[in-house]
Ligand binder design. Structure first.
Ligand SMILES: [Zn+2]
Ligand SMILES: [Zn+2]
Length: 178
């Protein structure tokens, strides 16, 4: 059987190491330039060491004690369905530095990942791959989302044609299979 395309892949799931970035930069040097502009203008300054977020009803609140290792768009169709939005913006952090006021409910969205949500109001809260120590919080649940500036686009083969945001950032198509 031909393996299905895995949505939400290597950049979202993997580490953004030097060679990764070099590869991504090939797609767009303007991305780095825009990023520099953002930093210079103070838009999206790095998040504080400790920050908070939560769901719509407020029963699932979280505190993160540390900085994210990556922030990125995901345009895959699973993230679209799971968020009910045109794309997801995922904030990747070590799960051990996240403290929950109430443990979210979770849904197995694929053979390789779970998605957390508030059991009361249904707000999507995170994506976590199996055997991954990190979770990816949905940026819309962060209290100060302006501080979390996306660094790349993932799953761009699924990007909606009318989406017009951060076009200069590095892009990557979904590459993983399961
Ligand atoms: Zn995705
Ligand atoms: Zn809630």
């Amino acid at each position: 059987m031909k393996p299905m395309t895995r949505l939400c892949g290597s950049i979202a799931a993997g580490s953004v190491n030097k060679s990764n970035w070099r590869r991504l930069r090939k797609f767009s040097t303007a991305g780095a330039f825009e990023e520099a502009l953002c930093l210079k203008s103070g838009v999206g300054s790095m998040p504080p060491v400790s920050w908070n977020g939560g769901c719509l009803c407020g029963s699932c609140r979280y505190t993160v004690n540390g900085k994210p290792s990556h922030v990125g768009y995901c345009h895959c169709s699973m993230c679209r369905r799971a968020t009910g939005g045109p794309f997801a913006v995922l904030v990747r952090v070590e799960s051990q530095i996240v403290e929950w006021s109430r443990v979210p409910a979770s849904y197995r969205s694929s053979p390789i990942a779970m998605r957390g949500f508030c059991p009361t109001c249904g707000t999507p809260l995170y994506l976590q791959y199996d055997d991954d120590s990190r979770i990816r919080l949905l940026v819309g649940t962060v209290d100060q989302p302006d501080n979390f500036v996306p660094q790349s686009h993932y799953g761009v083969e699924g990007r909606l044609k009318w989406i017009d945001c951060n076009a200069g950032l590095p892009v990557e198509e979904t590459t993983e299979t399961w």
